[in-house]
Design a protein around this ligand. Structure first.
Ligand code: AHR
Length: 503
């Protein structure tokens, strides 16, 4: 029996809601079809945004949304996506599937989407192939109130009031698709470009995100900070608020990737092992950041994470459309627990991607929409947003797995909200055996107010348009309240969420 000790008197830092953020790129059917269908569509919509999708995202409490890419961002020229739609440029989306991009979803549409969802805005600028002037004018167009060429243009395009841009990414993956730069070259470019990402609205200063590393490229983190950090010292504060990190789980490696739904037991454990690797990445990149920024003023922003499999048979390989099984529920559960536990450094993250691409929370087909297992996990975990992480530690956890792919059987994180409600999220990574977890609090006397589970006996189970409820968030009752805590019997391959309050 595993033991989980929770010290409800020891708060370890705030879990920023933005850790539960999302990413939407002009890629495959994420934006077009998945989110935006246009005002004239027969699919119910408000100003072109699918009502079913927006409603589902509101239930998820999406805190922040990143757009327009990804690799797409460093080829995106924002002027192509404003003004009358019939006049907007039609072009080829060179990165993703070679399809026609008609630019009908642009700046105004993105800001409208965030308004409807009720989330913060994270715009990723183009440093790779755009100019300083172009980036600077986009920020002016978005946020300047008063007389200026860009503010006038915005008004002519039907939006007199400036918007609030909460976060601005100065380039994306500039070590790769964003220009193949060296860390030193990028860092100098970052210093230059970000100078002109001006704060026109003192009440809502834009937080700037510097492009961080790919996976374990610690040299990138070191090189960028060495060149750019000292301009971000307190006297220059505001030049760099976040440093990003991208990490995808490819079960069979980058070349092969592997099927989303057809995998064996060994690949299950390999996937779990690779999901847990996020912990090493956060700690090692975090240790480099600590050398420059011991007070943790700069947040780590893991703005691309999730599973990346071989796309579904018969779909455009450039669309990155994949199914989502119980295995993805576990990847989400494990990763979000890691972010919670590192909330002193990880201040923002974005699951890739929101609809119809990679580890999506929603899938659409024509007018139909389904929620994936990942959606249900993120829904259960939403209670952690803005809560304080509590000190918790596991012991007597079995190591399981096949061959070299070893993992701990259980992972967890615990938080307390401002009303004193405690949320505990746990994962059982075993596909063979249930596990009883003996949960003990420093002080007893709690009652359970909510208990939910995402699981299915079959690790391959997933939701389809024909059978949309194979893996859902269900009520969970397999626990016993004890004097000082709970004994929770977690089925194999499950994600469990339990909320307790003082009895
Ligand atoms: O999310 C898909 C792609 O993965 C993004 O465009 C890019 O930033 C990353 O390589």
């Amino acid at each position: 029996m595993a033991k989980l000790v929770i010290n409800e008197w020891k708060k370890e830092g705030r879990i920023e809601p933005e850790i539960y953020g999302h990413f939407s790129e002009h890629l495959g059917r994420c934006i077009y079809e998945g989110i935006y269908v246009g005002e004239n569509s027969e699919i119910p919509n408000v100003n072109g945004m699918r009502t079913d999708v927006v409603d589902a995202l509101k239930e998820l409490k999406v805190p922040v949304l990143r757009w327009p890419g990804g690799c797409f961002a460093d080829e995106y020229h924002w002027r192509d996506g404003i003004g009358p739609k019939e006049k907007r440029k039609k072009m080829i989306n060179t990165h993703w599937g070679g399809v026609v991009e008609d630019n009908s979803f642009g700046t105004h549409e993105f800001m409208e989407l965030c308004r409807q969802i009720g989330c913060k805005t994270y715009i990723n600028g183009n440093l790779g192939s755009g100019t300083v002037q172009e980036m600077s004018e986009w920020v002016e167009y978005l946020t300047f109130k008063g007389v200026s060429p860009m503010a006038d243009m915005r008004t002519e395009n039907g939006h007199e009031e400036p918007w609030v841009v909460d976060y601005f990414g100065v380039g994306n993956e500039n070590w790769g698709c964003g220009g193949n730069m060296t860390p030193e070259f990028y860092a100098n470019e970052y210093r230059r470009y970000q100078t002109y990402v001006r704060n026109y609205d003192e009440k809502h200063p834009i937080k700037k995100i510097c492009c961080g590393a790919n996976v374990d490229d610690y040299g990138w983190t070191e090189g960028v900070l060495k060149t750019a950090y000292h301009h971000c010292a307190p006297q220059f504060h505001g030049l760099m608020d976040y440093l990003s990190l991208h990490y995808y789980v490819h079960p069979e490696g980058w070349e092969i990737k592997g099927s989303a739904t057809d995998f064996n037991d060994q690949v299950w454990y390999k996937t779990m092992n690779k999901a847990l690797y996020m912990n090493t990445l956060v700690e090692r990149h975090g240790a480099i950041m600590d050398q420059y920024d011991p007070d943790k003023k700069i947040g780590m922003c893991v703005d691309e994470w999730g599973s990346w499999y071989t796309c579904e048979p018969g779909t455009n390989p450039g669309f990155l459309y994949q199914q989502n099984t119980v295995r993805d529920a576990l990847i989400a559960g494990i990763t979000l627990n890691i972010f919670n536990k590192h909330c002193d450094r990880v201040k923002m993250a974005a699951l890739a991607q929101m609809v119809n691409v990679l580890q999506a929370v929603l899938l659409t087909e024509g007018s139909k929409m389904i929620k994936t297992p990942t959606y249900h996990v993120m829904h259960m975990y939403r209670h952690h947003q803005g809560a304080d992480l509590l000190q918790s530690s596991l012991s007597e956890v079995e190591e399981i797995g096949i061959g070299e792919w070893k993992v701990p059987k259980i992972t967890e994180s615990v938080s307390i909200d401002e009303k004193g409600a405690i949320t505990l999220t746990m994962n059982n990574l075993s596909i063979e055996a249930a596990e009883t977890v003996e949960v003990r609090f420093a002080e007893g006397g709690y009652k359970v107010t909510e208990a939910k589970i995402v699981t299915n006996k079959d690790m391959h189970a997933h939701n389809t348009f024909e059978a949309p409820e194979e893996v859902v968030e269900a009520d969970f009752a397999d626990y016993t309240v004890t004097e000082s805590g709970l004994d929770v019997n977690m089925p194999a391959n499950s994600v469990v969420e339990i909320r307790v309050e003082k009895a």
